[in-house]
Design a protein around this ligand. Structure first.
Ligand code: FES
Ligand code: FES
Length: 159
């Protein structure tokens, strides 16, 4: 067995020190070690975007990162956005515009949107579609997701 390594990762503002095997994926670290199951795992090889989190402020596929690569880093997951009783404006826009059905892609969609809203001007639908093009959704046809993001951009809200 490979020797475990000690890492410290700040997730949603809380510093976690854990011993992990070098091969442990960041997605599994979040879900199984920390119990933060909001981050979903779909394809497990970087295609679907369901596992997207923010790593030091930028979207990253947590199924393509090892937990040890996040040592000393800041990770934000969907749990940082809001709660069932207190949705963030982005989550509320998804709800209002029917931007989810089964919800499996939604955590990754939301975290990608946070990156887009923080770091890109999103001047129109083409920008929104391009920004979300790495996240797959089998249910919505994307139009309602674009509508939700468009509404957030128009509202002026920024995360
Ligand atoms: S589970 Fe990571 S990209 Fe699909
Ligand atoms: S809402 Fe079902 S995959 Fe997107």
């Amino acid at each position: 067995m490979t020797q475990a390594l000690s890492i410290v990762v700040t997730v949603n503002g809380v510093a976690y020190e854990r011993s992990v095997e070098p091969r442990l994926l960041l997605s599994d670290f979040l879900r199984h070690t920390l119990g933060l199951t909001g981050t979903h795992v779909g394809c497990e090889h970087g295609v679907c975007g369901a596992c997207t989190v923010l790593l030091d402020g930028h979207s990253a596929r947590s199924c393509l990162c090892f937990a040890v690569q996040a040592d000393g880093a800041r990770v934000e997951t969907v749990e940082s956005l809001g709660t069932v009783d207190d949705l963030s404006p982005l989550q509320e826009a998804f709800r209002q515009h029917h931007a989810l059905q089964c919800g499996f892609c939604t955590p990754g969609m939301l975290m990608t949107c946070i990156d887009l809203l923080r770091n890109y001007p999103l001047a129109g639908d083409a920008d929104i579609r391009a920004g979300l093009s790495g996240n797959l959704c089998r249910c919505t046809g994307y139009e309602h997701i674009v509508r939700a993001v468009r509404a957030v951009v128009a509202s002026g809200w920024r995360p």
